[in-house]
Design a protein around this ligand. Structure first.
Ligand SMILES: Cc1cc2nc3c(=O)[nH]c(=O)nc-3n(C[C@H](O)[C@H](O)[C@H](O)COP(=O)(O)OP(=O)(O)OC[C@H]3O[C@@H](n4cnc5c(N)ncnc54)[C@H](O)[C@@H]3O)c2cc1C
Length: 420
């Protein structure tokens, strides 16, 4: 390239206005980048992680519901995950105290889905690391996506027709739309002046992967105890990912204990429910927080995933809600292009806000209500939840409704998910 070409290339680079700049290449930001590139938009992704480094070890396993799995399939990610993921064949919830036998329970299985494919499971248990690695790989192979990493988003200013984004490295990026998929502390949200509401549950969840002495048959099982739920989520082999909700401090203490002592605690409380458990690898703990952004959008900007809401991980809905944001934004961007509209316009942002605000907030508050209803032994709430569980297990249409809800395959609310 001669000097004149180099100069004009640099001018082009500085003046380039991307359609969408995505801050945060976690699971939601990376999936969004792939979907928008498939819709022929020019996308740039900015992330603090070094793309050459493997994703950090992460004990989390996500219950990816069928709707989200279908979206990942459309993005071309599922072949890389099939080897390590476990199909979810059923969900069981038991209203128990220290003793669970004979307690009312609800169980729905994959046939309650009424899927056209009778083998389609309710969802998949996916490990955090292979999911992130598969998304990173797909981004690096997609020539339509530019990636700036490692770098940090610092500030943004909405100008007429575009938004100007300043990075820690000193670079400035221009885009028609800025998306904050930068997690629960979201610097993008803060820079937009969007506040949050919510509460700290003063609880934490203890998590660990275990091998089980009994087969799980692909069934995710949740036991509601007065302190909070205990769940076993099936992994490949006779293994499971545990989530045990406790008062803040207790989960952290248990996670820091020598493995044998933590195992003894687990088996003393839950071996009857889950079988004997042997901890594999490192246990962990996460604080439980409900945090809702008061707005999903700002001038030429939108929030997705944990930047928009952090929900109680009780029903494994956090990332699934984030994927619903992603599916909605992709579909609205496609529709905007189809109708000759402008990416990042107030009309596009209003459509996104309308599509996602109610569903996301509604789910967060429902999970909050479930947490309050089940995490106690009060005489008033106990009969209500017992009746609820009995009704859910005995009334097939209700069971089918819950199965469709849980797997995000129902029509309506997040309509985009059914197409995406
Ligand atoms: C114990 C536990 C279990 C869970 N289980 C489930 C489950 O079963 N199913 C489910 O659906 N959900 C589950 N969740 C929720 C799920 O983990 C989150 O909803 C999900 O990880 C959010 O993804 P995200 O892409 O929005 O944000 P994140 O994963 O937080 O990604 C944010 C990205 O932004 C980048 N970033 C941050 N700041 C900047 C900056 N200034 N500049 C550039 N980049 C930046 C970060 O590097 C990161 O890559 C669970 C959560 C917990 C705690």
């Amino acid at each position: 390239m001669d000097v004149a070409h180099t100069v004009s290339y640099l001018i082009f680079m500085t003046d380039q206005i991307y359609d969408v700049a995505i801050v945060g290449a976690g699971p939601t930001g990376a999936a969004l980048a792939l979907g928008l590139a498939q819709a022929d938009l020019q996308v740039v992704v900015i992330d603090t992680r070094d793309p050459q480094a493997a994703p950090k070890p992460d004990g989390r396993n996500f219950a990816i519901v069928t709707g989200s799995w279908r979206m990942l399939r459309k993005l071309g990610i599922t072949p890389a995950l099939e080897e390590t993921s476990q199909p979810l064949r059923g969900l069981e919830a038991v209203d128990g105290g220290t003793h669970y036998f004979g307690r009312p329970s609800v169980l729905f299985m994959q046939d309650d889905l009424d899927s056209a494919d009778p083998d389609e499971p309710l969802g998949q248990m996916v490990m955090a690391e292979p999911l992130q690695a598969a998304l990173d790989q797909a981004i690096s192979e997609d020539s339509r996506i530019d990636r700036i990493a490692p770098d940090f988003f610092e500030a943004q200013t909405a100008e007429p027709g575009f938004v100007s984004i300043t990075l820690k490295s000193g670079r400035t990026i221009k885009a028609r739309l800025l998306v904050g998929s930068d997690g629960m502390n979201s610097p993008v949200r803060q820079s937009l002046g969007i506040t949050t509401e919510g509460r700290d549950y003063d609880k934490s969840v203890f998590t660990a992967n275990v091998s089980l002495s009994r087969p799980h048959d692909g069934i995710a099982r949740q036991l509601f105890t007065p302190e909070g739920p205990f769940a076993t989520l099936p992994l490949q082999g006779d293994r499971a990912n545990l989530a045990w909700y406790m008062q803040r401090g207790a989960a952290e203490t248990l996670a820091a204990m020598p493995k044998k002592d933590a195992e003894a605690e687990l088996n003393a409380r839950f071996a009857e429910f889950a079988g004997e458990m042997t901890i594999e690898g490192k246990a962990g703990s996460y604080p439980l927080i409900l945090q809702l952004a008061t707005e999903m959008t700002g001038p030429r900007a939108a929030l997705v995933g944990d930047a928009a809401r952090r929900v109680n991980p009780l029903a494994g809905q956090g990332l699934n809600q984030g994927f619903r944001d992603v599916a909605a934004l992709i579909e609205i961007a496609e529709e905007t292009l189809h109708l000759g509209g402008e990416i990042g316009s107030p009309q596009m942002l209003e459509a996104y806000s309308q599509a996602r605000r109610f569903d996301g907030t509604g789910t967060a508050l429902t999970l909050d209500a479930i947490d309050r209803l089940f995490s106690n032994d009060a005489t008033l709430t106990k009969p209500i939840r017992t009746l609820g569980l009995m009704a859910a297990s005995k009334i097939p249409p209700l069971r089918r409704f819950l199965a469709r809800k849980a797997s995000a395959t129902e029509d309506g609310v997040a309509g985009p998910m059914s197409d995406w």
